[in-house]
Design a protein around this ligand. Structure first.
Ligand code: SF4
Ligand code: SF4
Ligand code: SF4
Length: 438
């Protein structure tokens, strides 16, 4: 099997195809500290793409409650267990060596465990590999797809004791004894997609212009090998057409073909609908070696590689997912290390006491539907607040924050402190006047 470089793992890994990278990559950052599981994103996708016959169970975007929830049910626990068994069989340990040199090509150190492409039995099986055996995976049963957010709002509790969740101590940061959090998910448009690798029909492809992974509906024969191999379980089989479907990254919007976009690249439906303002999505430039080109003014690059507050979901799976998450502060660290790798402590520390640039950029989440290609924080604002965080002094400044579109035109111009408008005038009934009053 060829070897490819996976910068999230800091090493080369086995993958069925040679290295080939897009010029730009669709990527997104979700701030898990802010998601309220309102499912507006979920419904935005559903009402746009999956409202037809045979798509009833499909939630290309879903928001699940961790630690117990999952769509399909227990998708990550099942694969983690399989991966664990493979490690035991092969005498390996899923450890990260993080004292290695860090940089854009190795930001979290080196993962020494097995990826899903490496965790299969040796290549010397008498029958050789069949296409379904390119990655460790499983096919969920029909019942596992029933709920997009099963165990909604169920906090972590003692094993086997129902409703033994409440305790008298109350909770306080940094970590809560009883906790849960919401995890919004969609296809990660991975750099090394397991769905693509597993497809015997070569019906899945990754676009050169933006790295979006699509299933060619005419080539697909519904073998479900993609469903089996995708560690995130994001391809779904449609019984009405007998082919598989998945998130298409709302590509007409990325291409600037949405009637509202005036030809400018626009964020996807699930991103722009986000009520909690937890999401930002963009495009990053990719070097010929697959590593992101240095571009600190690109919001996604800044969050992932400069501030390192946003981390990949289960990087150890090895597909190099392009969705990144700011981890929730109140969740026990061991759980977060398993889910986001070794960058968790640094990410939470930087998010808890954000730099002026980071705080400025966080204000741009969901301020425009256009993709922001460049941002700028003008550090000229007055000091508006100061406090002590983790024993260190921290101050907030009301800086100006500007977002630019693909052509360098300003699409957002705002400040750290949201302007407050007071309605002073009263109407004839004694109520404060509303702009939409009749
Ligand atoms: S998340 Fe799954 S479906 Fe999406 S590109 Fe990665 S492997 Fe394929
Ligand atoms: S990017 Fe578009 S297709 Fe994909 S989950 Fe979001 S709304 Fe659905
Ligand atoms: S719309 Fe935003 S806040 Fe609401 S569930 Fe989706 S990601 Fe979370």
């Amino acid at each position: 099997m060829p070897e490819v470089y996976n910068w999230q793992l800091g090493r080369k890994m086995k993958f069925p195809f040679q290295e080939a990278y897009p010029k730009k990559q669709f990527a997104f950052v979700f701030n898990l500290n802010r998601c309220i599981a309102c499912q507006t994103c979920t419904m935005a996708c559903k009402s746009t793409w999956t409202f037809s016959k045979g798509q009833e169970f499909m939630w290309w975007n879903n928001v699940e409650t961790k630690p117990y929830g999952g769509y399909p049910q227990h998708w990550d626990i099942k694969l983690l267990k399989m991966l664990d068994e493979s490690h035991k069989k092969m005498g390996r340990k899923p450890i990260w060596k993080s004292e290695m040199e860090k940089g854009t090509a190795r930001p979290y150190g080196v993962y020494e465990g097995l990826t899903i492409f490496e965790a299969l039995p040796g290549e010397s099986t008498p029958m050789g590999f069949t296409p379904s055996e390119v990655a460790l995976g499983y096919l969920p049963g029909d019942k596992e797809w029933r709920f997009p957010n099963i165990f909604e709002d169920s906090p972590y509790g003692p094993l086997g004791k129902r409703n033994a969740f409440v305790h008298s101590k109350g909770t306080s940061l940094p970590e809560h004894e009883h906790w849960f959090f919401y995890l919004p998910r969609l296809c990660n448009h991975c750099t090394y997609p397991a769905c693509l690798a597993a497809c015997p029909r070569k019906a899945i492809y990754k676009r050169e212009e933006d790295g979006i992974v699509l299933i060619d509906q005419k080539r697909c024969r519904g073998y479900k090998k993609c469903v089996e191999a995708c560690p995130y379980k994001k391809p779904m089989f449609r019984s009405a057409t007998r082919v598989s479907e998945k998130c298409i990254a709302c590509y007409p919007r990325i291409e600037g073909k949405d009637p509202l976009s005036n030809g400018k690249p626009m964020e996807t439906r699930c991103m722009t609908a986000c009520v909690g303002k937890i999401r930002i999505q963009g495009l990053v430039d990719i070097d010929s070696n697959g590593v992101w080109k240095k571009d600190p003014q690109n919001p996604i690059y800044f969050l992932v590689h400069v501030e390192k507050v946003a981390l990949p979901l289960y990087p150890q799976f090895g597909t190099l997912p392009n969705g990144y998450y700011i981890p929730p502060r109140w969740v026990p660290r061991k759980y977060l290390y398993q889910m986001f790798g070794p960058g968790v402590d640094e990410a939470i520390e930087r998010y808890t006491a954000p730099s002026r640039d980071l705080l400025g950029l966080l204000q741009l989440f969901r301020t425009t539907q256009k993709i922001i290609f460049k941002f700028e924080v003008q550090k000229t604002g007055e000091k508006i607040y100061e406090t002590t965080i983790n024993g260190k002094k921290w101050a907030m400044y009301n800086d100006r924050v500007i977002g630019y579109d693909k052509d360098g035109e300003i699409v957002v111009d705002t400040k750290v402190l949201e302007p407050i408008f007071e309605r002073k005038q009263k109407d004839q009934f004694g109520y404060y006047k509303h702009y939409n009053s009749i």
